[in-house]
Design a binder for this molecule. Structure first.
Ligand SMILES: C[S@@+](CC[C@H](N)C(=O)[O-])C[C@H]1O[C@@H](n2cnc3c(N)ncnc32)[C@H](O)[C@@H]1O
Length: 452
């Protein structure tokens, strides 16, 4: 791999004796990881049914290395949202941020959503995750992942941090800023990053990171926590940003990130910064089985806990067509506050402030479309149900060729009682079909179809 000379010279002067080890890591192969989606399956159960040989990733309970040559994205279990494929070091930020069920969480730079899915699993369906990205194309991938992984309590926005700040004043318990960065830590994984680095360098990213960080304080509650992460080595984008932020916001304390997992200390000496920056973590490709990352974990301190009052959207009961749909097709009652946007019915998470004026692409659980007196259930609904919730289920074994036919969008010659039918692989839902009596009409979304 041809690394830029400017990059090598800088790393050599920063790392000194360590440089040789660092540079040799580029001759080793990259590591592949997957993370079990605990919203759908426990780690123990997944390990029991896993078709792959897996080895634990030390810094996250649900993450595993898989071996070279395996193709987990080409398995029906991937289509049922049982796991997300993610670079192992990228699992660290959401693993360190201490998200608890019931928290209100912001993932500010979220697309395509690897960390959102991890944070949502920690919420265990209680609380809210607002997941945002400034890039609309990337938000589309984020929405697909929200649906595939069965997340019901996400608000997906396509906004600037400045605008979000106006709506979510002192609202969040936890904020993740997985900042846009120069990507030096990803050179081994993705050589395209080298070209982009040569074109842009680090300066534009430092400016973006500063602007983003300027907005987060207003959105975090007192006593709340913030995790800042990048996948780059340059001190200006890492310790430099945290030094500046904590100098501006004296009520923030740097929390120590445990180092027993192979993580290294932050390097205040590289920017003449304060000692406390050592509590940040650096993940080095020559010290762990993963790519380069930086993590800073901060807490906003307060003396007296503050009561935050937020407005609530008007309550709306389930519309009649949806109640009829539930009665005919489900074994459960979906209850709460509903909202209809462009014929689409959503179940809203509880405790939202008024959001009129924000560019929202998903508000909670998209249940389906109301077309006059008909209700058509969504893929997002299928992916967040359990097979027990549906009155009619067709279940295929993971190795049954019929499941691939379904995932390819084909009609299946299977007889059964008429009505909406949840199609499952080993009892994990993958989508809807409509049973006509003699066959299953396929409702698997064309954009999600299996391609050989
Ligand atoms: C490192 S990537 C995020 C990866 C993501 N957290 C994940 O785990 O899948 C950084 C993201 O920040 C977004 N971004 C850049 N500037 C932003 C801004 N000012 N506000 C919000 N998002 C921004 C980019 O579009 C990009 O998707």
């Amino acid at each position: 791999m041809q690394l830029p000379k400017r990059f090598l010279d800088r790393m050599k002067s920063l790392l000194g004796d360590e440089f040789e080890d660092f540079i040799h890591s580029y001759d080793r192969s990259k590591h592949q990881g997957l993370r079990v989606n605990t919203l759908k399956i426990s780690v123990e159960e997944f390990l029991r049914i896993s078709p792959f040989k897996l080895k634990p990733i030390p810094w996250t309970k649900d993450g595993f290395y898989y071996e070279e040559g395996e193709r987990p994205a080409k398995h029906p279990y991937y289509h049922s949202g049982l796991y997300y494929i993610q670079e192992p070091s990228a699992m660290a930020p959401a693993s360190v941020l201490d998200v608890l069920p019931g928290d209100k969480v912001l993932d500010l730079c979220a697309a395509p959503g690897g960390k959102t899915i991890q944070l949502a699993a920690k919420l265990s369906e209680e609380g809210i995750i607002v997941t945002n990205d400034i890039n609309l194309q990337r938000v589309k991938a984020l929405i697909k992942n929200i649906e595939l992984f069965g997340i019901k309590n996400a608000i997906v926005t396509n906004e600037t941090p400045e605008k979000l700040k106006k709506y979510f004043s002192s609202y969040f318990d936890k904020i993740l800023i997985d900042a846009p960065c120069s990507g030096e830590g990803m050179f081994r994984k993705d050589e395209k990053m080298i070209k982009s680095w040569e074109r842009q360098g680090i300066e534009p990213y430092v400016a973006m990171q500063r602007a983003i960080m300027d907005c987060v304080d207003g959105m975090l509650k007192e006593d709340g926590e913030l995790l800042y992460s990048t996948c780059t080595f340059s001190p200006e984008e890492n310790e430099g940003i945290i030094e500046e932020f904590t100098a501006k916001h004296r009520d923030y304390m740097i929390l120590p990130i445990p180092k027993a997992l192979g993580f290294d200390e932050g390097r205040p000496q590289w920017i003449a910064g304060k000692e406390a920056l050592k509590d940040n973590a650096r993940l080095w490709p020559h010290k762990i089985d993963g790519e380069g990352h930086f993590l800073a974990w901060l807490k906003k301190e307060c003396d007296v806990p503050m009561e935050i009052h937020v407005g609530h959207p008007a309550e709306m009961k389930a519309p009649k067509v949806f109640s009829n749909f539930m009665e005919e097709n489900l074994n459960i009652q979906i209850e709460g506050s509903f909202e209809i946007h462009n014929e689409q019915l959503y179940l809203l998470p509880e405790g939202l402030p008024p959001l009129k004026g924000l560019k929202i692409l998903r508000s909670g659980w998209l249940l389906g479309t109301i077309k006059k007196d008909r209700f058509e259930p969504s893929q997002a609904m299928a992916m967040a149900l359990s097979y027990r919730d549906s009155k009619r289920v067709v279940n295929f074994h993971g190795k049954d060729p019929m499941i691939i036919k379904y995932l390819k969008g084909e009609t299946l010659d299977i007889e059964g009682a008429k009505g909406w039918t949840l199609v499952c692989v080993d009892h994990f839902p993958v989508g809807w079909a409509k049973q006509t009596g003699t066959m299953l009409k396929n409702y698997y979304p064309p954009a999600w179809r299996w391609i050989d």
